[in-house]
Design a protein around this ligand. Structure first.
Ligand code: PA5
Length: 355
């Protein structure tokens, strides 16, 4: 499309209204908070929990990455994200297991869930439908039923807040009420500032999408901070914008990937780097970002930085993640593609289901 300010053209391309769903994300998060609060579990359910595991793939699994990062400094038990068929050995009866699948039919999640059932874990399934709901009911696991009709990646509020709020009911996690309120307020502000109605001259998400148009985005996050947001940005570029994209995180990338920006300059000049920065990053990370930029800048088309907003870790991570959702949709529109369908994923799942 020619201009991201042409609302009529936006609706023509964005046939299933993905942009509107993203604009309404703060409201979805508020609904999800209320939904989570309706789950009444007695204290025996939470007694002597020694670990937390989140089982989920793709758009459903990212909630686990967010939970791990948000809780990492405060929770006194480990949080493990399982993105596959099998559970690590340590997961047992004292593990709080969240089995998260938007459709309820993701085979890896179902397989890991079934293993958790046989190990006697304390399980909460988060799903809109499908086999997971059925199996959870049959096995006596708790179910948080979330609204259907979304693409999994567009239901992140429903997929993430219930697990965050349930985990925060454990004694080992400090109260998150203030952080959640701050986060919702910041998301609401961002929703206004980055919405389709905001003209490109004053809309930083539209501006970044224009800059990334025709390039291969690479997104760098920071371990323990913006890392899950970097993964989400990459996945949203893949699924919404239909472009290849890559991600990595500081400081690990300084020990390997930085060397890869050396040869094939003609190709790497088509890459644009977006670094997701956090005001609380370790001072050595700040030094690393500066040095890395200097070392690799001539091998890329361009480098951009996007910053977290807010005080709490939750607000900081979700604010920067949310910015990426907007950028990926504006990039889809510039590419002239409907952000919603993910034909390859649907096809692949069909093939796997064939006998
Ligand atoms: O974004 C997507 O559609 C995928 O990444 C799905 O989330 C993934 O395939 C898992 O499916 P579900 O979220 O239904 O468990």
């Amino acid at each position: 499309m020619e201009s991201l300010d042409n609302i009529a053209e936006i609706s023509e391309i964005d046939k299933s209204d993905m942009l509107k769903i993203v604009e309404q994300f703060p409201k979805q998060c508020r609904d999800a908070v209320s939904l989570a609060e309706t789950l009444n579990l007695d204290s025996s359910f939470f007694a002597s929990i020694s670990s937390i595991a989140v089982l989920g793939m793709g758009g459903s699994g990212i909630g686990g990455d967010l939970l791990k990062t948000v809780l990492t400094e405060n929770a006194t038990v480990p949080v493990q994200v399982v993105k596959g068929y099998k559970l690590p050995r340590f997961i047992g009866k004292d593990t709080l297991v969240f089995a998260v699948s938007y459709s309820g039919n993701t085979e890896e999640t179902i397989s890991a869930f079934s293993e958790a059932v046989s190990r006697g874990s304390r399980i909460i399934a988060v799903t809109s439908d499908g086999l997971l709901e059925k199996l959870a009911q049959e096995s006596g696991a708790n179910v948080i039923k979330i609204p259907s009709g979304f693409q999994p990646r567009a239901a992140l509020g429903y997929l993430f807040f219930p697990i965050l709020i349930t985990a925060s009911k454990l004694d080992i996690v400090p109260s998150l009420e203030g952080d959640i309120n701050e986060t919702l307020t910041i998301l609401e502000k961002l929703s206004e500032n980055l919405s389709s109605k905001r003209k490109i001259s004053e809309n930083t998400a539209k501006q970044l999408a224009v800059n990334l148009f025709g390039k291969i985005p690479v997104v760098y996050g920071i371990e323990g901070a913006t890392m899950p947001a970097a993964l989400r940005w990459k996945c949203q570029f893949n699924e919404n914008s239909k472009v290849q994209a890559f991600w990595n995180f500081f400081p690990e990338l300084n020990h390997n990937e930085i060397v890869g920006w050396e040869l094939l300059k003609e190709t790497t000049k088509k890459f644009s780097l977006v670094i997701l920065r956090d005001r609380d990053e370790h001072p050595q990370i700040t030094k690393r970002v500066k040095a890395t930029r200097e070392l690799i800048k001539d091998h890329l088309d361009s480098i951009y930085e996007v910053w977290c907003e807010g005080d709490s870790k939750l607000a900081r991570i979700l604010s920067i993640l949310y910015k990426g959702d907007f950028v990926s949709i504006y990039l889809a529109l510039l590419n002239g593609v409907d952000p919603t369908p993910v034909k390859r994923i649907t096809l692949l799942k069909k093939r796997l289901a064939e006998k």
